[in-house]
Each structure stands twice: as C-alpha cells, then as structure tokens.
Design a protein around this ligand. Sequence first.
Ligand code: ARG
Length: 412
Amino acid sequence: MTDRSKVVLAYSGGLDTSVSIPWLREKKGADVVALTVNVGQPGDLDAVRSRAVAAGATRAFVVDARHEFAEEFIAPALRANALYEAIYPLSTALARPLIARHLVEVARREGASYVAHGCTGKGNDQVRFDLATTSLAPDLEVIAPAREWKMTREEEVAFAADHGVPVPVGPTSPYSTDENLWGRSVECGILEDPSVEPPEEVYGWTRSPRDAPEEPVSVHLRFERGLPVSIDSHRVPFSELIVQLNHSAGAAGVGRIDHLESRVVGIKSREVYECPAATVLISAHQALEALVLPRDLLDFKRTVEQRYAQLVYDGFWFTPLRDALDAFVLSTQERVTGEVAMKLYKGSAKVVGRRSPYSMYQHSLATYSSGDRFRPEMAEGFIYAWGLPARTWAAIGAKPTAVSARAAKYRP
Ligand code: ARG
C-alpha cells in the first residue's frame, strides 16, 4: 500500500482487534473504519464503538444483524440439522460469512479496497473470513494483522500502551471465547489439555447439571416448514425464540459440548461449546422429521446434512454447492410442521412427544391391539422377494464344511 488507503476492520473490542487499529495505520498507512456486527454477543456495543475511535479508527459503526443472522444463517443450518463432526452446531462458523458480508458492504460504501479481521493464522475463522470475502468481492484484499505481526501477548499489550490504546484492566482470563445467538465457544487455558475435565469456570451460559433444578422443565415447540414458530404456545420471532431457549435450557444445564475438534488447517484442538438453544432445537427438529419424512428421504438427507455441516465449517458458505444443498434441504421441509414436547432435566434434553398433521405414523398400522389394519399375510411374500439376493448369493457360494464345523459345537 503506498497511499493512505482505507481498511474496513471487523472490530470486536478485544485486544487483538484494538491493537490492529494503530497497527494498520502505522504499518499499512491505512485509515481504519471499524465495524462491529451484533450477532447476539453480550456487552455494550456502543462502548465498543467508542473504544474503536479511542484506538484511532477514523469511523466506527455498529450494525444489528441478529435478525438477519437467525433468518439467513441459523435457519438453513437448523433445517439441515447441521452438526460438525456430529457434535458442534457451528455457532462461530455460521457468523463469519455474515460478518464478512457486512465488511464487504461497508467497504463498498466507504470506497475501501481492503477489509481486515483479527484472526490468527492457526484457526478456522481466518479461512471463513477470507473465503467469504473473496467469494463476494474478489477484488477486495484481506489483511489479517494478527496473522502478520509476530507479537506475543506481552508485546501486544506494550504496543497498545505505546499507541494509547486502552487495554482492558483486571485479571485477564486464560480463555478465548466467542459468543453469538447460536452458541458460545471457549478455548485455551487448561482446556488445551484434552485429558482434563473442563473446570466449571469455563461455562458462562449454562448451569452445572448438578445445580440445575430437581424438577424437569417442559418445553413445547411448534414448527412450521422446518422452523420453530412458537414456544409454549407463544408465537415469537426466531431470533427471540433462540434467546429464550438459551436461557431456559441453559438454566437446566443443557447444551454443554466438549469437542476434540479437527480444524481446517490440520490441527486438532479442544473446544468447549455452550449451545443450549441449538441442542434443543436440533433434537426437536430431528424428532419431527422422523415423524413426517419417509425412511429413504431421512437416510439420504443425513448424508447431505453431514456434507452441509462440513462445508459451513470449512468456510464455503457463499458457494454454489451451499446454494444447491440448501435447495435440496428446503424441498424436504414442506411437511415438517407440527409440535414437539421436550423435557429438560439436569443437562439432558429429551423429546417426549411429537405430533403433526403430516404424521406418517398410522396407529392402525403400528398397533398390536385391536383395530390393526396391517396385513401380516403379505409379509411372507415380501420377505421372499426382499431376501432373494441374499439367498441366491448364499446358495452359490455355500461352504457346507464351515457350517457343519460350527454345527458340530452343538453335538452332545
Ligand atoms: N473452533 C470453533 C470454530 O472453528 C470456534 C472458534 C471460536 N473462537 C474462539 N476464540 N473461541 O468454529
């Protein structure tokens, strides 16, 4: 960069992104526009904006993207029951492309040729920011100061002091956290030893199951076309429903996840997540799908879900593959309407009832009592044809000796 160019920086208010502001000014000769995207993280974001200006940003914006995050990012992930490595609801991963989209929009509005983020060179998030940005705006260049500078934490704090950047005072937490509507993630500190049980102090959203209420909490969810529209008969917008469930399920100790995770960059890492709403909603959604979708569709959808989760994790949100998988998933949700009753109790979230106008469960077919309409006399013929390949295979390759050797065991 030769002239004083403009950079739009994804600004969280933490040490890395705060130090990034004077660093970008000094090392890249750039004016910094700070952008803080509200995806449901706690804290006073007006104070975060002021901190950006205090650190030397020429302008600082806060945008409320909670509704957009729920409707456009979490909703498709829920319809796809997206769980990376079958356990992680992708809370952090889903927010990155959304933040990148806002970075690109502000860059366009401000005439900036660069966007920047505070990710290091070891994580997944750099991959997601960079890929999402390049997919939306191939002409923009991405700068990741924390990937370039080779400062230790102490050097960073010194750099901040030298440049008049206010550093959060008080005892610093050993943990690195990230929070949004869909969950909270925690890494570093003692968690870096995967053989050690996470200490209680890492949790911020969930009560310890030991301290959770002695009585189970009932939750009734109504879904329409694959998405929850009401909780305990109250219709609420999706983003609010998530907030409510994070509280109620978190209080019951639900949503703690201990994940030995395979990162995109090849590193195995140990991450703890708290995803109460995601845990409850994905279970409920799966339970409703089990009721209304035929077996082959459920089975095929599971393979799509796995691919979907991996794609989101890997940073390929803005790609034709995601569009295509989304279209498939959406087409499966037409009849995913109905109600699911759940019980939350000391860390577990169990489905205890489900009903739907599209239920494929037919009592008259399932029952062993009177009113049975199933025709068992048809079963024999069905099994004859169903087992024909197995019988033919066995007949051709029959090895009488092996069978008689085993049969010998039963001789007196
Ligand atoms: N490992 C998680 C992911 O790749 C979350 C990383 C979040 N960052 C953090 N500082 N805890 O989605």
